[in-house]
Design a protein around this ligand. Structure first.
Ligand code: FAD
Ligand code: NAD
Length: 809
């Protein structure tokens, strides 16, 4: 059944019905003898549940398995086989649990028609076959296994890199997959008592190998995709094997993306079908033995496909991620997080005016000694700090979850961002703080270099209390400044713990000072005479206040680096894929309860497809789970505090009287006790109707006619903010048009607006959104430093020695 997988409960209902209808139709045709051979059905589990993912395991077992059982019962009645397709690697574990549950179901006990697809490109494939064999043996029934190589290879590679996993779940050499396939074939043939083998391949060499290994062709079936491998199957049939066709079913809308996928797969250089039709490839190469090929490689993994840890080498180490779909990872992680939460919280007193004065005195006195520490050593401190951050990952995640109300995936990505910040600025500092020679007349040496400025004030918000707090501090320190950092009053514990790690990394205590407290402490900090610079992240209103204060101070005019809010808009056109739009909108607007500066605030939908997208969006929103962020199954936690909640609810009141509600996710009883705000979407007349940034899980939607695209862009620009923005379109010229005209710091195409990665998507806005330079980008550190140039007359000692020597050669 073609399609993108269910995003909503209604999608899942429709797919369920479509599968049930298909089983009935196939059963009827079969009974009437209209098929030349017995036929069955393949089911994608992601179509039967909108949240078919490990984090929603309980729901899947409770809600999806009964549906699957119903389909199996129906298939059993019609006596047709049902095979469960294999999908993404992070769903494998869950699918095996589903398989186990199915085999425990009495109503389909005597039925031998159940089958599972196994992907040979996954490194776990042979073990999966063993598992299925064991399952069949334990339940005393035969199971069908359809061995395929796997259709999501590129997705798996990208995901593993993005998520920072140590290794890939799939092989990176094509021959590796081919060898794995053969190993699985052997295992399947060896388990003939329990397994009915089916081989899905269009590769004649793979098929030939199977032919060689087989003693009983009559027991084995080959299958191919409709439209491919017909000649191969003709030959195979002559050898006495059964053959079958896997035929996609669906309407023209979903067919297109399936066909594009096929073209990509068959067009790949590594594809057998592609090579078969390439006359320049000799037959010997086409029929090369994959085992010999793998043996010949000194390096078994593909050298051009970097594992996540090596992604940025040799410049820097990447931060480490975790597979949150792996219960062997999440089990211990959740335990540790809980254990840390039980520890008594430290009391972090606010800094007094006297404290600030003392801190400033110490920071000022120690500036010279710190700034003279060679940049390479300063960079090493940061690298050590990054390692410490990762070493204490569970503890920091625990603090992030309990103090800042971050969800588990958010907490993990924030720890990664903090470590990345340290390593990236260490790397940049070594580059930026070198002495550079400048061209000039002979007999003279001209050099430029960067040096620290003095005491820097770092003021950060609560919404990234680790990554932004530490990012500012790391940059200021490595640039040779001493630092007084003021965290947000909502998140002092995280800051306190990071302070200890900063010292543990070896950074001298007098180079870094923590000044906890609220706005008053911040105000006193920036008023300190002699401050050399201020770096700030927070709201525009605060940035403005700080700017005014600094302007009125005596003494030198100092740098002020400000990163502020946004009015982030996404423009969708009618060519965009609705499922992709909905995925990215849900992620961009509601992840972190919308409390990211980059979050999507205003969604522009084209009149032609708005209703369709909104229907799907409502369904997807209703699938969100809201609750305690310490639980893996919850997608959205509370907002930071009562004040934030009240401010958001006030905005909702205005929406109620002036806008049209699209959806508000009902909150469960458990949310009554926390500062929860329901994820919600409202249709508003224009972006200008908003009075400022709405910092929470509230999405605003505006319909537009494609004819006024320029006006839409002008309206967004007219807000004055310029942080993130995006386009969802499959028309290249539309994307380039919006990219050119939309004045935003970070522009995202066909993806969500959140999740900028250090060094990969340097982050920061323009206009009301910030002064620049971008955090995590190549121009950040120089802003924390001052430039000095030395010009030296080399002839002063009596003559231009180097010129005379050069000329004499
Ligand atoms: P080949 O050209 O020999 O192999 C191509 C395959 O090799 C790629 O698809 C990829 O898997 C692998 N590969 C390519 N490059 C590399 C590399 N650098 N490193 C490692 N591996 C590489 N797919 C699913 O995922 N789930 C299913 O449930 C499923 N059901 C199917 C059912 C049938 C009946 C058939 C015929 C196919 C099914 N497929 C399924 C699709 C299947 O995965 C692909 O058609 C198959 O991978 C193509 O392999 P091949 O042996 O025909 O061709
Ligand atoms: P906020 O402006 O209220 O506070 C930010 C920090 O400034 C806090 O530490 C606060 O105590 C301090 N502060 C307040 N008044 C001060 C003063 N007069 N002098 C000195 N310091 C003062 O912001 P917030 O509510 O903590 O954070 C949310 C805001 O941050 C949102 O607007 C969001 O968009 C923005 N933000 C921007 C980025 C970015 O990179 N552009 C990143 C994260 C958050």
């Amino acid at each position: 059944m073609l399609g993108e997988g269910a995003r909503t409960a209604a999608d899942a209902d429709n797919y369920f019905k479509a599968y049930a209808d298909a089983i009935a139709a196939v059963g009827k045709f079969q009974a009437a003898g209209k098929f030349p051979r017995p036929s069955g059905i393949s089911v994608k589990l992601s179509a039967l549940h909108a949240r078919y993912e490990m984090a929603q395991r309980e729901r899947v077992m409770k809600e999806m398995v009964p549906r699957l059982v119903a389909l199996c019962e129906q298939a059993a009645r019609h006596d047709i086989p049902l095979t469960i397709d294999a999908e993404e690697a992070d769903r494998l574990q869950l699918s095996l649990e589903v398989a186990t549950a199915l085999l425990d179901t009495a109503s389909i006990d005597g039925w031998n028609g159940l089958g599972f697809a196994v992907q040979a490109y996954q490194k776990r494939a042979p073990v999966v076959i063993d598992f299925i064999t064991e399952l069949a043996r334990a339940k005393n029934r035969r199971l069908m296994v359809r061995l395929v190589k796997g259709a999501y290879w590129d997705t798996e590679i990208k995901r593993a890199q993005e998520r920072g996993w140590d290794d890939f779940p799939v092989f990176t050499r094509k021959a590796g997959t081919d060898v794995s396939y053969l190993a699985c074939v052997k295992r399947m043939l060896g388990a003939s008592e329990w397994i009915d083998p089916v081989f899905g391949t269009h590769n004649a060499m793979t098929a030939a190998h199977i032919l060689e290994l087989t003693r009983e062709p009559g027991r084995i079936e080959f299958q191919r995709l409709h439209g491919m491998g017909e000649e191969l199957h003709q030959l195979i049939r002559k050898e006495g094997f059964g053959t079958g066709v896997y035929a996609p079913v669906g309407n023209h809308e979903v067919l297109l993306s399936y066909l594009v996928r096929r073209i990509l797969e068959n067009g790949a250089n590594s594809s057998f079908v592609h090579r078969l039709y390439d006359r320049s490839i000799p037959i010997e190469e086409l029929t090369a033995d994959p085992v010999a090929e793998m043996e010949a490689y000194a390096q078994k993994s593909h050298p051009l496909i970097r594992r996540a840890p090596q992604l940025y080498e040799p410049q820097r180490k990447n931060s480490q991620g975790l597979d949150l779909a792996d219960p062997f990872v999440t089990g211990p992680l959740l335990n540790e997080i809980e254990e840390f939460a039980k520890l008594p919280a430290a009391y972090v007193p606010a800094a007094s005016a006297a404290d600030l004065k003392d801190m400033f005195g110490a920071a000022q006195r120690n500036f010279t000694s710190w700034t003279r520490v060679p940049v390479d050593i300063r960079a090493k401190y940061l690298e050590r700090l990054a390692d410490l951050i990762e070493k204490h990952r569970s503890e920091l995640m625990s603090l992030l979850i309990h103090e800042a109300k971050r969800s588990i995936p958010d907490a993990l990505s924030e720890v990664r961002e903090a470590a990345d910040n340290c390593r990236y600025y260490a790397m940049r500092a070594r580059e930026d703080f070198r002495i550079y020679d400048l061209p000039g007349p002979t007999g003279e040496r001209n050099q430029i270099r960067l040096v620290g400025r003095g005491v820097f004030a770092c003021i950060s918000p609560w919404n990234f209390p680790l990554a932004i707090f530490l990012g500012q501090v790391a940059a200021a320190l490595v640039a040779g400044n001493t630092v007084i950092a003021k965290p947000a009053p909502q998140t002092p514990l995280i800051a306190w713990r990071v302070k200890q790690l900063i010292y543990e990394a070896g950074i001298p205590g007098d180079a870094f000072h923590l000044a906890p407290g609220g706005p008053e402490v911040g105000q006193q900090l920036i008023e300190l005479p002699g401050l050399a610079g201020v770096v700030f992240t927070g709201s525009f209103a605060t940035a403005r206040k700080i700017n005014l204060t600094l302007a009125q101070k005596d003494g030198p005019i100092i740098p002020f680096i400000a990163e502020t809010g946004g009015q982030n808009a996404l423009i969708v056109d009618s060519s965009a894929l609705p499922e992709q739009v909905v995925d990215d909108v849900v992620l961009g607007s509601f992840r972190s309860a919308g409390q990211r500066c980059s979050a999507l605030r205003v969604l522009y939908l084209p009149e032609a497809t708005a209703d369709k997208i909104l229907t799907m969006l409502i369904g997807a929103m209703l699938e969100l789970r809201i609750g305690d962020p310490a639980k893996l199954e919850n997608d959205v936690g509370p907002v930071i505090d009562k004040a934030a909640q009240e401010k958001l609810l006030l905005h909702v009141e205005r929406l109620q009287s002036e806008a049209k509600q699209i959806c508000a996710v009902p909150l469960a009883r458990e949310c009554d006790s926390g500062t929860f705000v329901a994820p919600q979407a409202w249709e508003i007349p224009a972006i200008g109707w908003l009075e400022g940034e709405v910092f929470g899980p509230i999405l605003h939607v505006i319909r537009y006619h494609p004819g006024i695209l320029n006006r839409v862009i002008d309206e967004i620009n007219a807000t004055g903010f310029g942080l993130t923005g995006g386009a969802h379109s499959r028309i290249e010229s539309t994307v380039r048009h919006i990219e050119r005209d939309l004045a935003v710091g970070n522009f995202y195409v066909n993806r969500s607006l959140i999740g900028a990665v250090v060094g990969v998507q340097p982050f920061g806005g323009e206009g009301l959104s910030g002064t620049g330079p971008k955090a995590g980008g190549p121009h950040y550190l120089p802003r924390f430093a001052t430039e000095r140039v030395t010009s030296e007359n080399l002839t002063a000692a009596g003559g231009n020695a180097s010129l005379l020597i050069a000329a004499s050669k």
